[in-house]
Write a protein that binds this ligand. Structure first.
Ligand code: DX5
Ligand code: ZN
Length: 216
């Protein structure tokens, strides 16, 4: 699979509805970063916002990336608000199995996210239970940062782990993805490439079509 998930973190907040509607027909997934000001040095969207997004853009899958400590205290709010995919950080809660199951029981897809220097070894025991893995290729918290190049090898290694184990989880990659590197990021084994500033800085539709072209 090769899909692009636009990340609305980089959209201009007062034009969000307009900017998302520009790309509505060209994407299936919207990536939404939830930040708590503790796990990452920034604050973003609450469940009320997800509910409004779901109502307005009901054909889009809402991919909610929880960059928060104690994600178990808030994940239910986002599930109830209409999140279709929910990922939490492996570094932010030690009870991975418990909360992956909780997300799945609600009917959503469950993912574990890893910061750039978190080892894949920590992820391995959870692989039978994840629907997707979200590999961060920048230090999370802000859009517009540079792709950390070691991410490429990590994507390939995760793909190998998936093949060896006979798993079918998806590999999603988040941070620093541009038209200049998207092709190699997909070639390394990425199924879903998150792109924030590369889509929303400028004309979102033109940018998304350019990214798709560059990914071929
Ligand atoms: C990083 C976020 C990303 C961010 C990516 O904290 O998790 O989803 O929006 O932005 P770009 O594509 O600009 O690196
Ligand atoms: Zn993200």
């Amino acid at each position: 699979m090769r899909k692009i998930a636009p990340s609305i973190l980089s959209a201009y907040p007062l034009n969000l509805e307009d900017q998302i509607s520009r790309i509505e027909k060209e994407t299936e997934i919207l990536h939404i970063d939830i930040m708590d000001g503790h796990f990452v040095p920034n604050l973003t969207f609450g469940p009320h916002f997800i509910k409004a997004l779901k109502k307005r853009f009901d054909s889009l899958l809402l991919d909610v990336h929880l960059m928060v400590y104690r994600p178990e205290t808030i994940m239910e709010w986002y599930l109830e608000a209409g999140a279709d995919w929910v990922s939490f950080h492996i570094e932010a809660n030690p009870h991975h199995h418990r909360y992956l199951m909780k997300i799945k029981e609600s009917g959503a897809k469950a993912g574990l996210a890893l910061n750039p220097t978190t080892s894949l070894c920590l992820l391995e025991p959870a692989l039978p239970y994840v629907d997707f893995v979200l590999l961060l290729t920048v230090n999370p918290g802000f859009g517009g940062q540079k792709f950390i190049p070691e991410g490429l090898e990590k994507i390939s290694r995760l793909k190998e782990m998936r093949e060896k184990g006979g798993y079918d989880f998806l590999i999603e990659v988040d941070g620093g993805i541009k038209s200049s590197n998207i092709k190699e990021i997909f070639s390394a084994g990425t199924d879903i490439a998150v792109a924030g500033s590369a889509v929303f800085h400028g004309d979102p539709l033109k940018n998304l079509l350019e990214l798709k072209e560059a990914a071929l």
